[in-house]
Design a protein around this ligand. Sequence first.
Ligand code: DGT
Ligand code: CA
Ligand code: ZN
Length: 579
Amino acid sequence: MSSLDKTKVVHALRDIALLLQLKGENAYRCRAYEMGADRIAGVAEDLSKLMAEDRLRELPGIGDALAEKIKELIATGRMQFLESLRAEFPPGMLDLLRIPDLGPRKAAALWLHLQVGDIDSLESACREGKVAPLKGFGERTQEKILAAIELFRRSAGRQRLGDMLPIAEDLLSQVRAIPGVIRAELAGSARRFCETVADVDIIASAEQAVPVLGAFAALPRVSQVLGQGETKCSVRLLPQDYQADLRVVPDQDFATALHHFTGSKAHHIRLRGMALDRGLKISEWGVQRGDQKLPVHSEEDLYRLLDLQYVPPELREDRGEVEAAAARELPTDLISDGDLRGVVHSHSTWSDGRSSLQAMAEAARALGYRYLTVTEHSQSANYAGGLTSDDLKRQWDEIDQLNEQMADFRLLKGSEVDILESGELDFPDDLLEKLDVVIASIHVRFGMDEEQMTQRVLRAFDNPHLHILGHPTGRLINAREPYALRMEEIAEKAARNGVVLEVNGNPRRLDLHAEHVRIALRHGAKLVVSADAHSLADLGNLKFGAGTARKGWARKADVLNTLPAMDFVASLKQMRRAS
Ligand code: DGT
Ligand code: CA
Ligand code: ZN
């Protein structure tokens, strides 16, 4: 059995747990399915082997009932129990749970009292004011649900880059391994590093397209073939049902095809205009002068034909890059993840992180980084294991010890201190003063209006010990709107006062986003690219932060954690003093 069958099992068990909760089953029984799902997800061994040897039941948490259902799903592709549970609710019922703040208990109440079983009927019920009077809801919740539905609609079908990219990259490596494939690359919005992506686009070259397309359609990740022609195959993927398109071209057309399918459409329209001025025609099929097709070996060649500087994929959005490339003013030292020397913004088991300080530091070091800023939550952040001043001082002892042990790596003492409603910081100045790195962030009272919220942040900048504004807008992609903030004013004062703005690389945040990065740079503000790491795996967030900063035209010199540790700390402090 492949790992994808395993994924099916995990999804089925999770859905059962949710549906049982919707039915109001006792928590113990629901929990059994959740734990079963976790258990299967964590099994390293091949499940079919366990099944053949009748050892499923030996897994802790997998009793007879679960083992039977798993066997049934693997043997028949179906699970009666799940199907009969699903049949008790409308097909859109589980969609409701994709609305933030709507847990199974609330969704069950909506179904029980209002027969609301999908997003559309939930929206009508809210508009008619029927949701607010339900026990446990109220006016505010009703309003929040309506706002969340709007966001859900707007993001419909678009996946976060962070969810899609690992799957796209895995699929790409499988395509590269298909016999006959000469080259293959990701194209489309994923290559441009857009924060949300509708589908996976892959371009490959081969002498014969049809056998490559056939092999693609048969990959284990593919759940359904939507269409297959002479040059293109469209499929649906497991486990997330994303769509992926593979196009296969002769190798001499690879560069122009890759360029065409990378987009964006807006960038291409500009290039086509410039091509016509030069008697050239650019299309999906390549570059032509009259009837003659010109050889184009690389994307660099293509831009050269148009007298343009090479434009990296992340910048191809018609946001001024064509003019800049024509004037030879496009930055050639854009930030990339390889430039980063230190990991900024991390949490450990001292607050709400999952790994010890030592494990975080060792993992960062193993990845080639030279320092880690230790920035736990502050005292009023009791929702996230915030540290008191005493906790913080005890943590310094541990940091000092680790720094003695690790020769070529430094843990920097810091805090992710809350910006309180008043704009004051959640620790006294005489404590903040002792820290190497102070990140200040908003975590509560998101609902303030634009004026209040802007003043709150601007006031925080008056504290001379604040170095970095953390996740400046608080948005969560596809899940939560940004706070109402006047970003131009924030960027202006940040630049003037020497406050650094964070490009948070958590792929749910990407905050600042690329457009805001450009605003920040236009005002002359500096940046850090952060991991906001709560686990070892989150160290990989830096790649998303760096890509986002790059999409916002940030150069290496704009990003302070490209500096060595001591220069990094010195710059943070020096910038504040100079203001
Ligand atoms: P997405 O899929 O919505 O996240 O965004 P893209 O940019 O990946 O869009 P997609 O997948 O529809 O097409 C990939 C690229 O192919 C697109 O960026 C530019 C090119 N392309 C597709 N359709 C057209 C078209 O009708 N005209 C032009 N000029 N280019 C197109
Ligand atoms: Ca696409
Ligand atoms: Zn935070």
